[in-house]
Design a protein around this ligand. Structure first.
Ligand code: GAR
Length: 194
């Protein structure tokens, strides 16, 4: 079984998955990293842990991926033939052709209790709105941004003395737990059915 993780930035969630994987949490699944950012922490973590990685040039501004880059990416993914694709801090919009090709096999981690605070800066927006509770969500990827079927959520209380930074730290800690447990359920569940 192959698990492909997409990440663009710090890569703390990707690193947790790689670490748990190395400890055997996901059976014998083999990890791959895909990143649009050659300077990402995710890529450094993958290198340090001996995880095969692919960096690609998105070929388009903002959050987009050009049709050419999408075609090359889809080809690379089809070669890997992943059981599961995990978007863990991937900051680009996944092209429709790739979403369709991995329908039901592609999940995304998002730092809010969806359907609240879709899109960017979700932790800050929840904090500034004066919410008492926020959290994180893992959901299947669909063509609607942050809109696919929800698999699991973990709430995080916003405390009176919190800052955006302290809240962000606790949301990240919750994400590390939530994502690992969802991947474990999906992978081990699938293994049991094989
Ligand atoms: C995580 O909080 C993840 O939920 C968020 O990016 C962060 C990545 O952290 N993803 C999104 O906002 C996607 N819409 P990490 O690089 O340390 O894993």
């Amino acid at each position: 079984m192959n698990i492909v993780v997409f990440a663009s930035g710090a890569g703390s969630n990707a690193a947790c998955l790689f670490r748990d994987g190395a400890r055997g949490r996901f059976g014998g699944a083999k990890f791959f990293l895909v990143s649009d950012n050659p300077d990402s922490g995710a890529l450094r973590a993958a290198r340090e842990m001996g995880i095969e990685s692919i960096t690609f040039n998105p070929g388009a501004p903002g959050a987009r991926i050009s049709p050419d880059a999408a075609g090359r990416l889809l080809e690379a993914l089809e070669k890997i033939n992943p059981t599961l694709v995990v978007l863990a801090g991937f900051m680009r919009i996944m092209p429709s052709a790739i979403v369709r090709a991995f329908d039901g096999r592609m999940i995304n981690l998002h730092p809010s209790l969806l359907p609240l605070y879709k899109g960017k800066d979700s932790i800050r927006r929840a904090f500034e709105a004066g919410e008492k509770i926020t959290g994180c969500t893992v959901h299947y990827v669909s063509d609607e941004l942050d809109g696919g079927k929800i698999i699991a959520q973990k709430p995080v209380e916003i405390l009176p003395g919190d800052s955006v930074e302290s809240l962000t730290q606790r949301v990240h800690a919750a994400e590390h737990e939530l994502l690992g447990s969802v991947v474990e359920k999906l992978i081990i569940g699938r293994e049991a059915r094989l």
